[in-house]
Design a protein around this ligand. Structure first.
Ligand code: CA
Length: 230
């Protein structure tokens, strides 16, 4: 849920803003003093700030300026005077929007929603795609980072061991012959034979199985091959 900080010394206005925003599903905190408002704005994480311009202690200009030194969180400035709004624009403090009192609460809510949506898109598009992860009964294979954890303990795998394990794990309950696995993991020109597969399976089991004599993950299907059991 998005959390909004309102810094506004006129309690009735602050409460009106809060009531409407809460009705729209936002979590809202109010501070009526500029100094306390600034401190919370900098220390705590909010999804948006609504700042009145004229405040006791520290004014909205200064709060806006200081938030922008460290955060890109949307800021909506509120003022009773149109002139002040022009002044803020002129100062280039980095506020995202301005609204003049008196304003309709629905107008405020609409603007807050628009800024939060825009900011979410911005954050979303700048975040790296998530790693491709396979998780099966205590085994966690991060295919992107090529790392493996068994019951939260990281285990080291060689390149081919990793390729073989992740291939089997991403095709659970499918039985592969040694020939199929050899073709899949080792390229055709490789010098070697299918006994290599058996050796690698043994090494993988030593790392992931509690008891290699009774494997819980990679099963041997006698006369056929192997499968990763889910
Ligand atoms: Ca004020």
């Amino acid at each position: 849920m998005s959390k909004i900080l309102i810094v506004e010394d006129e309690v009735s206005i602050a409460e009106l803003e809060r009531d409407y925003l809460e009705l729209s599903g936002f979590e809202v905190e109010i501070e009526t003093d500029g100094v306390v408002g600034l401190e919370r704005a900098l220390k705590e994480d909010f999804n948006m700030y609504i700042l009145d311009l004229m405040l006791p202690g520290v004014d909205g200009f200064e709060i806006c300026r200081q938030i922008r030194e460290t955060k890109n969180t949307p800021i909506l400035m509120v003022s009773a005077k149109k002139d002040d709004i022009d002044k803020i624009r002129g100062l280039g403090l980095g506020a995202d929007d301005y609204i003049t009192k008196p304003f309709s609460p629905s107008e405020l809510v609409a603007r807050v929603k628009a800024h939060l949506a825009r900011y979410e898109r911005l954050i979303g598009s700048s975040t790296a795609p998530e790693n491709d992860i396979i998780e099966i009964r205590g085994i966690r294979i991060d295919k992107t980072a090529r790392r493996v954890w068994v019951n939260d303990e990281e285990k080291q795998f060689t390149t081919k061991e990793f390729d073989l394990l992740s291939f089997l794990a991403q095709n659970p309950n499918h039985v592969f012959t040694k020939e199929e696995l050899f073709r899949q993991i080792w390229d055709m020109e490789s010098i070697g034979d299918i006994a290599t597969v058996t050796v690698h399976i043994k090494k993988i089991r030593e790392k992931i199985e509690l008891d290699t004599a009774k494997p819980q993950y990679i099963e041997t299907i006698w006369g056929v091959g192997y499968r990763f059991k889910v």
